[in-house]
Design a protein around this ligand. Structure first.
Ligand SMILES: Cc1cc2nc3c(=O)[nH]c(=O)nc-3n(C[C@H](O)[C@H](O)[C@H](O)COP(=O)(O)OP(=O)(O)OC[C@H]3O[C@@H](n4cnc5c(N)ncnc54)[C@H](O)[C@@H]3O)c2cc1C
Length: 461
């Protein structure tokens, strides 16, 4: 008889945990996974999936408007929030069931309860049971931050609650300048709400290419979203069903909902990490791990948002898979975190991979920028005041494409594929040698012949 009840105990049934559990079970490990809320985790239950469904819903607004220029008359289109939420909930429930049955089919035992450490090999379940595990994987994800406890903070909703509002707010104030804040600003604007976005920095989308930041802001403003930068919400008053948010610049905004999307923190609290001896990374507050996702304790690993490396679903999945391969598959796999394609499902959409112009200029002596901003073909007939941005950042010495940044319809789909070329270290000459596919917006990526800027670092820099 083994001294352990299971070979692997996974805490958290989200993207990273479920993948690791299934792959480890496939290698013959006895696996148990604990999930305290709903199988599927943030991505499936209250993240990527429901959000994208709502992005689709909100996009019809523009599609219906755009149709007029092409000869369509659509009499008084109306939108019903309750139908959207009910249909979205049905799809999420279907996915949750699929996650559960796929894990079970792989031989994983699911326990629907919270689990915390008693010691490095013992997990205490909220049911009172304890389980002895040879290896433990921490995949507890992250949660929204509300920032400092300002007066009225209890009235604020986060991305957790936004998926379950009883009605579409007529006016909403969203604080935050990252992708989640922008996506919900565009979702609500598309569905007909009056949206004010408040962000403390000088421009939205910190960390993205500067041209992308400027372009997206101007496109969102053209769609009627009010963007207030350089200020924060300091106090929220409630009067009946209405809120007044008082801003640090002295102004105030009235709304029917106030949402904060100002960042997320890794779920490390009250897990008994100290009893197990698991160290926290002092730089980011996540669980400290090495390149193989191993924590400071030999038999304990951590993947996904709880490590606060790159908080994206495909990354959590890749890390979970690599962990299972390494520990149970006798195949050492290290995840490469470079050149991860990413998107912002704003309207218009952002797709980006590789280095921004600022990053490239800090790292390379010669940087060539190829940039095009143009009116998309559809807008010529729809009359919509919108522009597409395409930008390539190229190493002027090796000719390698270091980064690709797109704002416009289909940007995320385009960048998923451009990501392959960037990962393969394709050169600008490879892009040029690729025949254009006409008529598309993406053909611009292979037809931009002359750099719009050439940056050469001075010797002393
Ligand atoms: C609004 C929103 C939109 C997003 N959109 C995108 C997107 O478009 N693309 C993208 O790639 N990523 C997106 N993300 C990020 C993505 O959801 C996360 O990166 C991903 O879910 C991380 O997976 P994970 O396995 O690390 O954690 P999670 O998926 O968060 O799973 C952790 C699970 O652990 C459970 N848990 C926690 N503690 C315990 C415990 N002690 N015992 C038992 N169970 C526990 C939780 O209930 C949760 O189910 C979005 C996130 C949000 C919030």
């Amino acid at each position: 008889m083994s001294e352990f009840d299971v070979d692997l105990f996974v805490i958290g049934g989200g993207s990273g945990g479920v993948r690791a559990a299934r792959i480890a079970a496939g290698y013959g490990a006895r696996v148990m996974i604990a999930e305290e809320y709903r199988m599927g985790g943030t991505c499936v239950i209250r993240g990527c999936v429901p959000k994208k469904l709502m992005v689709y819903a909100s996009h019809f607004h523009q599609d219906i408007e755009d149709a007029a220029g092409f000869g369509w008359t659509i009499p008084s289109a109306s939108f019903d929030w309750a139908t959207l939420i009910a249909n979205k909930d049905k799809e999420i429930a279907r996915l949750e069931a699929a996650y559960t049955s796929n894990a079970e089919k792989s031989g994983v035992k699911i326990v629907k309860t919270r689990a915390i450490f008693e010691d490095a090999h013992t997990l205490r379940l909220a049911t009172g049971d304890s389980v002895k595990a040879k290896y433990v994987l921490i995949a507890t994800g992250g949660a929204p931050n509300h920032g400092p406890a300002i007066p009225g903070i209890e009235h604020v909703i986060s991305s957790n609650e936004v998926f379950h509002l009883e009605s579409l707010p007529r006016r909403i104030l969203i604080q935050g300048g990252g992708y989640i804040a922008l996506e919900f600003a565009c979702i609500f604007a598309g569905l007909g709400s009056d949206v004010t976005l408040v962000y403390r920095g000088d421009n939205i989308l910190r960390g993205f290419d500067e041209d992308v930041r400027t372009h997206v802001r101007s496109e969102m403003e053209k769609e009627g979203i009010t963007i207030l930068t350089g200020c924060t919400v300091e106090k929220i008053d409630k009067h009946g069903q209405e809120f007044t948010s008082h801003l640090s610049n002295g102004s105030s905004v009235a709304s029917d909902q106030v949402m904060f999307a100002i960042g997320r923190h890794p779920n490390v609290a009250n897990l008994g990490l100290e009893k197990a001896g698991v160290a926290i990374n002092p730089n980011n507050g996540g669980i400290a791990v090495d390149h193989f996702s191993r924590t400071s304790v030999d038999n304990i690993y951590a993947v996904g948002d709880v490590t606060h490396r790159t908080n994206l679903t495909p990354v959590a999945i890749r890390e979970g898979h690599a962990f299972a391969d390494t520990v149970f598959g006798k195949r050492t796999v290290r995840v490469d975190h470079a050149d991860i394609p990413t998107a912002v499902f704003s309207q218009p959409e952002v797709g980006t991979v590789g280095l921004t112009e600022t990053q490239a200029r800090a790292q390379f002596s010669h940087v060539d920028i190829y940039k095009a901003s143009f009116r998309p073909m559809k807008a010529t007939m729809s009359g919509r005041d919108t522009r597409v941005l395409m930008k390539l950042v190229v190493d002027g010495v090796s000719d390698r494409v270091l980064g690709c940044h797109i704002v416009g319809e289909g940007a995320a789909e385009i960048v998923q594929v451009v990501g392959i070329a960037v990962k393969m270290k394709a050169t600008k000459a490879d892009f040029d040698a690729t025949m254009a596919l006409h008529p598309t917006a993406a053909e611009e990526l292979v037809t931009m012949r002359t750099p719009s800027a050439r940056h050469v670092k001075a010797a002393a820099e």
